[in-house]
Design a protein around this ligand. Structure first.
Ligand SMILES: Nc1ncnc2c1ncn2[C@@H]1O[C@H](COP(=O)(O)OP(=O)(O)O)[C@@H](O)[C@H]1O
Ligand SMILES: [Mg+2]
Length: 597
């Protein structure tokens, strides 16, 4: 997982290199500020109390010591201001570079995931809850960002600081250094032990949060149903329960995580105590000078901060890697539908054929059971049958939203899998019962079919889809915003926008899946009319609930339990006195009684 994250990071090599250089510079300057203890002690307590100072700074110290004590004091003050002054712009640059690197990396991950989600098949999407995917895009990338910052970039910065402080401490007194070195691994062992447990906890926490998202998004989408069934209280209770679970687990996990810095802090103070005693003894015996002891102490104190953050980094990184895993599940997902075809489907000449096609969603019981079918060019094929018979499933195989389990679908004698998905889908237009529109203007929703269409073409599509009057009546016309999922306009208007959209796409094959089933009679008339204009000159596959709309089809197949049980034209099927006739009689009576009332 770390390697994958590294892969994203190492794409920015020059940025990474500059960042490392700046980190080193800032760390060295931080060391200088501690090194200034020597001239301070010298200026205030006298030269007899000090060493020669770290070699890099010796020239500076010599300069400070020239002249009388007052001169030295002033030069000392100037030097300290200068050191901080030079360090400041580098510190700023460090912020800038690390934020840039972090954001570029995260943006890549986010965009990769979004891109993959758009290419993943409909089959993949129908299996994963959208709340979970949303949580991956928002929450998980945020956690990866945090891990990248704390666990990688800050870790590197702190490692540099640690190195400098270690160097200073070692230079100041190897004896005191050794004592620290012996005591430190104890800390690390404890930290590692806790870190491992933290990772597991946070994986569960992430899943719980995603589940909360799923419940919330289901509630928002299904608010009508919830209200009509009076289930508000039930939904609230369900959400509350999960929220409580999440809260408890969150507190528990964070307590465990908080234990990391607290334990390292405690162990650190113990270390300082030991060093104070031993250091004092070393000075009393004249083994080290006071400035060196102070430098060691200074380094040891300064060391605490980066050391603590390095300890934290481990927990943060583990935490983020759990999210990385969750994101990679999408980015590296093997899709069910492979776009391996090389040929471009330019046009189709004669027929689409289904030969002995079987399909099932979960491989348990087949939803389509040996379908044999021919769709001739320019003809209209109607599919009727009871709800759940597999009609939608059957047409979903044509644009390869799903692939058959067994059997083949061919166009002009070639397996449709030999063609690229994009060229296949470019030939097919679909209008379904539940129209999907975007939260945008009417114009942009229609142009979704072909963004480069001209004004004339758009106008033509509006006419054919009977939208002209409707749009003219709107104060904002085509620029009217239709709301989330087109919620601000009626079902019939949505349906006609969908038709206009597909008219612009101008595909030779049209699939209509119960496109008028949910409309009232008046809107149905407008939609039917738009539909017949749409179908003119195209090959059509129509799934219809109302048999009146399929009467004129060239051929009708009757599907039941995933099998074609009857086929023929309207009159032939009536003569057979089978399921079609039964369905027809049933509807005919309904239509009659409606007419009377
Ligand atoms: N995405 C899916 N995953 C699992 N089962 C599904 C899915 N879509 C449909 N089904 C099931 O497949 C069967 C056929 O559904 P469908 O093709 O939509 O029927 P129809 O369009 O004839 O009403 C139904 O039993 C339905 O529950
Ligand atoms: Mg259906």
């Amino acid at each position: 997982m770390l390697k994958k994250l590294g892969g994203y990071l190492f794409k920015y090599k020059s940025l990474l290199c500059s960042l490392i250089i700046v980190m080193a510079i800032v760390a060295i300057f931080s060391g200088f500020t501690i090194g200034m203890i020597t001239p301070i002690v010298s200026a205030i307590f006298g030269k007899s109390n000090v060493s020669k100072g770290p070699w890099i700074l010796q020239w500076l110290f010599n300069w400070i010591e020239e002249g009388n004590r007052m001169d030295s004091l002033v030069k000392l003050a100037i030097s300290i201001v200068l050191i901080y002054g030079i360090k400041a712009p580098f510190s700023l640059l460090l912020y800038y570079l690390s934020d840039t690197l972090e954001q570029k990396t995260i943006s890549d991950i986010r965009v990769d995931m979004f891109g993959k989600l758009t290419t993943l098949s409909y089959r993949f999407h129908s299996k994963i809850k959208s709340g979970e995917l949303l949580s991956k895009i928002t929450n998980d990338t945020e956690k990866i960002r945090f891990a990248l910052k704390r666990g990688v970039i800050d870790l590197a910065r702190n490692l540099f600081l640690l190195l400098v402080y270690f160097g200073l401490a070692l230079w100041a007194s190897w004896r005191l250094f050794l004592i620290s070195i012996v005591l430190t691994p104890m800390t690390l062992l404890i930290i590692q032990f806790i870190g491992k447990r933290v990772r597991g906890k946070f994986t569960t926490l992430r899943k719980q949060r995603a589940f909360l998202n799923t419940i919330a998004s289901e509630m928002l989408q299904g608010i009508k149903i919830i209200k009509s069934f009076g289930m508000e209280h039930y939904e609230l209770k369900r959400f509350e329960e999960e929220s409580t679970n999440y809260r408890k687990n969150y507190v528990k996990s964070n307590l465990l995580k908080g234990f990391l810095p607290i334990s390292s802090e405690f162990l650190g103070s113990f270390l300082v105590g030991v060093i104070l005693v031993v250091g004092g003894i070393l000075i009393f015996r004249g083994i080290i000078t006071p400035d060196k002891f102070l430098i060691f102490l200074g380094s040891a104190v300064m060391l605490q901060q980066p050391a603590r953050q390095i300890n934290l980094a481990y927990g943060d990184l583990q935490h983020g890697l759990a999210s990385m895993e969750s994101v990679l599940e999408v980015i590296e997902a093997e899709d069910y539908i492979r776009d391996n075809g090389r040929l471009k489907l330019d046009s189709f000449e004669k027929v689409f054929t289904f030969s002995n096609v079987f399909f099932s969603y979960d491989r348990a019981e087949p939803i389509l059971n040996g379908i044999n079918l021919e769709i001739t060019k320019g003809g209209t094929l109607a599919i009727v049958g009871p709800s759940g018979a597999g009609k939608t499933t059957l047409v979903n195989l044509i644009p390869r939203f799903f692939d058959p389990l067994r059997g083949k679908i061919k166009v002009d004698g070639r397996d449709i899998r030999d063609f690229t998905l994009s060229s296949l889908r470019a030939k097919i237009g679909i209008v379904t019962q539940d129209v999907i529109l975007f939260n945008d203007s009417i114009r942009n929703n229609i142009l979704y079919g072909r963004p480069e269409a001209s004004a004339d073409e758009l106008n033509d599509a509006l006419k054919k889809s009977n939208l002209k009057d409707f749009v003219n009546r709107l104060p904002d016309g085509l620029d009217t915003e239709i709301g989330e999922r087109g919620g601000r306009i009626s079902g019939g208007e949505r349906q006609r926008i969908a038709i206009a959209r597909v008219i612009l796409k101008n595909p030779p094959i049209m699939i209509l899946d119960e496109a008028t089933s949910s409309l009232d009679a008046e809107s149905e008339r407008l939609v039917q009319d738009a539909m017949s204009k749409l179908l003119r000159g195209r090959t059509a596959i129509i799934i219809a609930h109302r048999l009146s709309t399929v009467r004129n089809a060239d051929r009708i197949i009757v599907l039941e339990n995933g099998k074609i049980i009857e086929e023929g034209d309207h009159n032939e099927l009536l003569r057979k006195r089978g399921l079609y006739k039964r369905l027809y009689d049933l509807q005919f009576k309904v239509v009659n009684s409606q007419d009377i009332s």
